[in-house]
Design a protein around this ligand. Structure first.
Ligand code: EPU
Length: 423
């Protein structure tokens, strides 16, 4: 029997030019959708990207009872939840499914969510989510691969000090605390722009939240939240991906619908390597800069260099002059793209959390395999710069997070096509 496989085929070594518009942030939209569980009336979210992960979250909400209505690219969630069990089938396909746990518990007092299982980029534990919800009064048990949580008398505000500024734990606890009785303080909270977006969304629903975007968030629980309309922030990681595509190909490219300050550290790092940018209120123009120089990059929670752009930076730096060292501090297995880049002619040595990149003058197109979302996008960026044909196998990883990826690239001059083959 044949299995259909999606590939991206790139004929590289071509300049890009023109403008590309960034979609709404995947990592914000997923949380806004989970937060719709808290609402008593319908929620409307604008500009929702039709990417696999968003479609999976919508499927999960439907599975829990919600009605979903698409109107062009706007989504309405009608919160009529009557099922509180998130199956392994859905959760194992997308780890962000764990984000329904806090809202279900807060609004309905019970939830069972499958343990997400393995992940290509590292262990990705959820202990901070669990401990935080327990601090809010939830009773949690693990049974037959499921997290079974109850809060029969509702959640109660608490002081929670996160050991690390986990994005997902901050979000789960923020959503749960919005409907808890009393005050919750999340100390050492994540500060990512997507957290601020979620807090703004919850505030529009009637939540009382202060400090989102700082490492101390204070939430005064309210008894109910209403539906609202909301437009999510643009995707800073998609923007960074197109910046990487422009840099690897030495192109002039304008990226629109972006909040440049969300990429502050990224732009600074690429400038250190010799990149030239012109920056407007909601656009970034990448100017041709000649060959970049190697730089050292270490990933950190926001506002540091984002781990999600580490593979993209690696693709760019394979072609820089001199040596670069990338240190991955967030995930323990996020270098799977390195061996694929080596197959294209890159010189990279990985030891533990460090990757040393010896810049080379050119890359060659070969068949490569996407192992995860951002690593897959990095192979495309390398393929755009490589001579010859790059075939990225298992490209479905990329479509989890990038809307109309090959269409957008083709519109700025890339020779790229999506093909379905029998594997
Ligand atoms: N961690 C724990 N225990 C926890 C939670 C996290 O040990 O309970 C550890 C993780 O194992 C990891 C680190 O803390 O090593 C950071 O994890 P975090 O919780 O911050 O990440 P996440 O919420 O699972 C989100 C994004 C990721 C992004 C990270 C870091 C979504 C849906 N995912 O994941 O995005 O890499 O934050 O910024 O928002 C992607 O879009 O490609 C992607 C992987």
């Amino acid at each position: 029997m044949f299995v259909r496989e999606t590939q991206l085929v790139i004929r590289g070594n071509k300049k890009l030019s023109g403008k590309v518009k960034i979609s709404a942030a995947k990592n914000s939209v997923l949380k806004l959708l989970a937060a719709s569980i808290l609402a008593e009336t319908p929620v409307k979210i604008a500009d929702v990207p039709r990417i696999y992960d968003v479609l999976l979250m919508l499927e999960l909400l439907q599975h829990l009872g919600a009605h979903i209505n698409w109107n062009k690219n706007h989504v309405e969630v009608v919160p009529v939840f009557n099922h509180f069990h998130a199956d392994y089938d859905l959760v194992s396909k997308m780890r962000a499914s764990i984000l329904v746990l806090g809202p279900l518990l807060a609004r309905y007092g019970r939830a069972s969510v499958a343990l997400p299982g393995g992940c290509n980029i590292g262990h990705r534990k959820i202990d901070y989510h669990i401990r935080g919800l327990e601090a809010l009064g939830a009773i949690i048990e693990f049974e037959a691969g499921y997290i079974k949580a109850q809060a029969p008398r509702g959640l109660k505000g608490a002081f929670i000090d996160l050991p690390l500024p986990s994005v997902g734990a901050t979000e789960n606890l923020l959503m749960a605390a919005a409907l808890a009785q009393g005050t919750t303080v999340i100390e050492n909270a994540a500060r990512e722009p997507e957290i601020v977006d979620l807090a703004n969304f919850l505030k529009k629903m009637g939540a009382k939240i202060e400090g989102a975007g700082t490492s101390r968030i204070e939430i005064e629980g309210v008894s109910s939240l209403k539906g609202t309309d909301f437009r999510p922030i643009p995707d800073r990681i998609e923007a960074g991906t197109f910046i990487a595509a422009a840099l690897s190909t030495g192109s002039e490219l304008t990226i629109t619908n972006v909040i440049p300050e969300h990429l502050g550290f990224v732009l600074k790092k690429f400038e250190e390597a010799g990149a030239l940018f012109k920056i407007g209120k909601n656009w970034i123009k990448v100017l041709p800069s000649g060959r970049l120089a190697g730089v050292d990059i270490a990933t950190f929670p926001y506002p540091g260099f984002p781990t999600d752009l580490q593979p993209l930076a690696m693709a760019v730096l394979t072609l820089a002059e001199g040596i670069s060292v990338i240190t991955e501090n967030i995930f323990d297995n996020r270098f799977l793209h390195a061996d694929e880049l080596v197959r294209m002619g890159a010189k990279i040595e990985v030891t533990g959390k460090h990757a040393v990149i010896y810049g080379t003058e050119s890359l060659t197109g070969v068949p490569v395999r996407a192992m995860d979302l951002r690593g897959g996008a990095a192979l495309v960026v390398a393929g755009l710069a490589a001579s010859g044909i790059t075939i990225v196998h298992d490209a479905y990883h990329i479509f989890r997070g990038y809307e109309n990826f090959e269409e957008k690239l083709a519109s700025i001059g890339a020779d790229i096509e999506r093909v379905e083959v029998n594997a």
